[in-house]
Design a protein around this ligand. Structure first.
Ligand code: DCT
Ligand code: MG
Length: 373
């Protein structure tokens, strides 16, 4: 492998950003194959301890095919990639990116708004005849906060609040931080937690009780419950990104900046709040805000499925996809957030810890912080 100069962050980001934009557009166009190819190349770039400054630096690296190589070659020669440049000016790409940045807005809705001629969020919010879901209303209302990454001290503060409330409900419950923060990331788009308890009888109503306590303390800005559908599950799902069957809720919580260990952002930051469907003629309320809206996922997990849920919810999505492909193609087994099924022996394999799951798969244990790619 040809080793290049030490990492030049700016140069490396130029390559990553270009591939990111192209990958995102493949995802918008539901071109799963190209999306995965580009995402893998991005993951390799992110892991390199040196900068790609000439094509020879790619020699021996996995996951770079003709297409990704051509993009990199063009950037190394011209400083920019023409495909990326034209996408950045493309009305449809820009609208899809902007509209899907609102919590609760998926590609279908984004495309519908685009076809209806909308191009900006202001246009959408002031359109009198558009109907919004409860989730989208919250998405617009807390847009700025939600699109501002959650930082680790904020995730810790949220964890403390939820843990205290859960312990008021039942003392032997445990709250486990998962998602990107468990992988050691310093920031993320939300905070993901698993809730578990050795005694399954205590699960009944626990999530609803905890959320109602959050509400009565004025900390709940939005809540969407999903009831458990555990009885529907038979074999592990083949769809790597299918929603699992645990009882869960997607929340937006109001986190007081005073509770954040490093003080958070300045308590005097000013925020403009204008709900959707209220045009420019509506008086805009300017508020001094000493809190931040934070997206939180809470998932209730039965003890015998905890290790699988932890492995699944720790991510990253790319890691999960690759692990499940390996499980399927190399081991003839099926893995999801609930369990591991051996298709040869026709049995479910039990595991109390993630280490035991890796052992079933004949893999060395991979630490959460090594699962970013
Ligand atoms: N996941 C899952 N089922 C879902 C949603 C997510 O199994 N319905 C898994 C995939 C990755 C992990 O949980 C966390 O999901 P995200 O929060 O989307 O990803 P993240 O890695 O935590 O990214 P971020 O740091 O941006 O939150
Ligand atoms: Mg997350």
């Amino acid at each position: 492998m040809a080793v290049g100069k030490p990492v030049n962050i700016e140069e490396q980001h130029k390559l990553q950003d270009a591939l990111d934009i192209l990958a995102e557009n493949f995802e918008f166009n539901e071109n799963e194959g190209a999306f995965v190819t580009f995402s893998r190349a991005i993951a390799v770039l992110k892991s390199l301890p040196y900068t790609i400054s000439r094509m020879g630096n790619l020699d021996g690296l996995p996951c770079f095919g003709d297409e990704t190589r051509a993009i990199i070659e063009e950037i190394l020669e011209d400083g920019v990639c023409s495909k990326v440049e034209s996408l950045l000016c493309d009305e449809k790409y820009k609208a899809r990116k902007l509209f899907t940045s609102v919590f609760g807005v998926g590609l279908k809705t984004a495309d519908k708004w685009y076809r209806q001629g909308f191009r900006t969020l202001e246009e959408i919010k002031s359109a009198k005849d558009l109907k919004f879901t409860k989730m989208q209303k919250a998405g617009f209302l807390y847009y700025e906060d939600i699109n501002n990454a959650v930082r680790r001290p904020e995730a810790d503060a949220v964890g403390q609040i939820i843990e205290n409330i859960l312990h008021e409900c039942t003392p032997d419950v445990t709250l486990t931080l998962t998602g990107g923060f468990r992988r050691g990331k310093e920031s993320g788009h939300d905070v993901d937690f698993l809730i578990s308890c050795p005694d399954e009888e205590k699960y009944e109503g626990l999530l609803h009780k905890a959320v109602s306590k959050l509400n009565s303390r004025g900390l709940l800005l939005y809540c969407d419950f999903m009831e458990a559908t555990l009885e529907k599950r038979k074999l592990p799902s083949k769809m790597y990104d299918a929603m699992d069957h645990f009882e869960k809720c997607f929340l937006i919580l109001k986190l007081s900046k005073a509770l954040v260990k490093d003080g958070g952002l300045s308590a005097s930051s000013v925020s403009v709040v204008r709900p959707p469907n209220e045009g420019a003629e509506t008086e805009v309320k300017t508020q001094t805000k000493d809190w931040k809206a934070i997206r939180v996922d809470l998932v209730i997990v039965p003890p015998q499925q905890f290790a699988f849920a932890l492995l699944g919810w720790t991510g990253s999505r790319h890691f999960e996809r690759d692990l499940r492909r390996y499980t399927h193609f190399e081991k003839n087994m099926m893995l999801d957030n609930h369990g591991l099924y051996d298709k040869n022996k026709k049995v479910f394999l039990e595991a109390k810890t993630e280490e035991e799951i890796f052992a079933h798969l004949d893999l060395e244990y991979i630490e959460p912080w090594e699962r970013n790619a």
